[in-house]
Each structure stands twice: as structure tokens, then as C-alpha cells.
Design a protein around this ligand. Structure first.
Ligand code: ZN
Length: 109
């Protein structure tokens, strides 16, 4: 009775039960994660996302101006005449919040 075929046949029902047992085990492990550990995981995830955002703000520091949507123009009611957008002064762009934070921290250091 020690040949592999019999071992598989005997283990058959056990193999069918294994996935559900594994899921139950994983759920048990998730519950086993204590409250400080969960908070630590959330904090690390938050720091990681913040780091990625700041990195993106370092590479792409500008976004379209909110007032003129990047055109840099403030149109007359007819739409034919325009002046420079008062918010971005015709540049059509604004500095992203993350970039302003980076500039601020670089200046104070
Ligand atoms: Zn503008």
C-alpha cells in the first residue's frame, strides 16, 4: 500500500479539501495580524504612495491651470479676444502641490 497511486487515491478527498483549508488558514493569519501590525502596514503603504507621488511631482512638476485649462488665455464673452489668464499669467500651467512642497523643503534646508 505504499505505491504512489494508492497514496494519491487515499489522499484524494484530502486534496479536494486542501484549497478551502488553505483559504481558511490565510484568513486565520489575516486575523492573527495584530492591530499595531495592521497600522504599520497602512503607514508603510501610505509612505510608499506619498513617495511615489513626490517622485512623480519631481519629474512632472506642472499641471494645467485650473482657471484656463492650460490655454493661458482668458477669453472675452465673444470668444474672439483674450487676455492672459490672471491666475497663471498666460503660462497655462500651475505647479503641482507635491512640487511646491519639494521646493519649500529644499529652500528651508
Ligand atoms: Zn490659467
Amino acid at each position: 500500500m505504499s505505491d504512489p497511486v494508492h497514496a494519491v487515491l487515499i489522499g484524494g478527498p484530502g486534496l479536494i479539501l486542501t484549497p478551502t483549508a488553505a483559504i481558511a488558514d490565510a484568513a486565520g493569519k489575516a486575523d492573527a495580524l495584530s492591530r499595531p501590525e495592521r497600522i504599520a502596514v497602512l503607514v508603510v503603504a501610505g509612505l510608499l504612495l506619498t513617495g511615489l507621488y513626490l517622485l512623480a511631482c519631481a519629474v512632472w512638476p506642472y499641471a494645467n491651470c485650473d482657471r484656463c485649462d492650460g490655454s493661458g488665455k482668458s477669453r472675452s464673452p465673444s470668444g474672439k479676444k483674450f487676455r492672459n489668464c490672471p491666475r497663471c499669467k498666460g503660462a497655462g500651467r500651475r505647479e503641482r502641490l507635491g512640487r511646491r512642497l519639494l521646493n519649500h523643503t529644499n529652500k528651508t534646508r
